[in-house]
Design a protein around this ligand. Structure first.
Ligand SMILES: [Zn+2]
Ligand SMILES: [Zn+2]
Length: 332
């Protein structure tokens, strides 16, 4: 971007209020006059372009995070409008979601994602991206390559979450792998695993969703067979029970799902069959952006909704729904 355009972005007079979708502790409410957030030291102010709806957002509506109140949403593409790093102003970014303290035991021992004082936009202690503007520590921002459309870049966070699996585990290309679930996270996980060369089986309930997996995975409508590594990406407690049954003795079970309900599994079976169980959450953004830029990951079309139609976006059965804040500008 030219210097003039950067200055223009910096000079843009900001409104005092913005439109936002706020979780009030029980439900999502439309806030047409939410005060604009003020960036703290080390933070940038972002103007949201496109914000992805995630299963976690739906779980928050179901009580997954009873102590959270504030602007919802954590997957986004945005433009930097104020920053302590002037070179970023006017640039398009996506952002990591773990706000950490840098001083606690976890931060000092190379596990900042487990910071004792971790805050997460739209999930824990921090306003999220279902609003026209949000603030985020500048250190968490990643430049989006110009060749990527907003609709592609909004997949960065879920793709990074999928990449956390090979970040944590040695995935052997000769091992049989299974992914439980046919939603968006499962779609990212299955592709990341398939890129290793391993044979991947995807098990889901929706034939029309499973069709999308066929270019890179075998698909099944019923659980069947046994696998060295099983990933639960169903987003439902029952998925874990099924996943245990599909994992070979001495094999590994990776859990990507988070949900409001508790799951019930027979822990003795885990002991007797010596299963390894890994929780797996957020992953690395730069590798995700590289895969997106190279076009090595298929991305289903994004179904876009106006911010006021957030309830429809949350209820959408689309593979991927997103709230489009660019439309707000167009209407003004
Ligand atoms: Zn998410
Ligand atoms: Zn910390």
């Amino acid at each position: 971007m030219s210097d003039e355009r950067k200055e223009a972005a910096q000079d843009i007079a900001l409104p005092s209020y913005m439109r936002a979708i706020v979780f009030d502790g029980q439900k999502a409410v439309w806030q047409p006059r939410q005060p604009l957030p003020e960036p703290r030291s080390g933070e940038s102010l972002l103007k949201i372009l496109l914000a992805g709806v995630c299963n976690t957002d739906k779980e928050i509506l179901r009580g997954y995070r009873p102590d959270f109140k504030g602007v919802m949403g954590h997957e986004f593409v945005a433009v930097v409008v104020r920053s302590d790093q002037p070179a970023l102003i006017g640039r398009r970014v996506c952002g990591e979601i773990n706000l950490v303290c840098h001083t606690c035991l976890y931060c000092r021992s190379g596990r900042p994602h487990h910071c004792s004082y971790r805050r997460v936009p739209g999930i824990s202690g921090k306003d999220g991206c279902f609003a026209e503007y949000m603030t985020l520590p500048t250190e968490l921002l990643h430049l989006v390559p110009d060749t990527l459309a907003d609709e592609q870049a909004v997949y960065c966070e879920p793709l990074a979450a999928a990449l956390e699996i090979p970040e944590q585990n040695h995935i052997r290309p000769s091992q049989e792998l299974a992914v439980l679930g046919d939603g968006r996270l499962a779609f990212m996980v299955a592709q990341v695993l398939a890129l290793s060369g391993a044979p991947v089986t995807v098990i889901g309930h929706h034939p029309e969703k499973l069709d999308r997996f066929k270019p890179f995975a075998r698909t099944l409508l019923q659980p069947e067979g046994s696998y060295e590594v099983v990933v639960d990406a169903t987003g439902q407690p029952a998925g874990l029970t099924t996943a245990v049954g599909l994992t070979r003795s001495g094999g590994r079970l990776i859990i990507k799902s988070t949900y409001a309900d508790l799951s019930q599994i027979d822990m003795s079976e885990i002991v007797v069959r010596e299963l390894q169980i890994d929780g797996s959450r957020c992953g690395p953004f730069e590798p995700a952006l590289r895969l997106l830029e190279k076009g090595w990951v298929r991305l289903p079309e994004v179904e876009r909704y106006r911010p006021e139609a957030f309830a429809e976006a949350f209820a959408s059965r689309a593979f991927k729904a997103a709230i489009d804040f660019r439309e707000v500008d167009k209407r003004d």
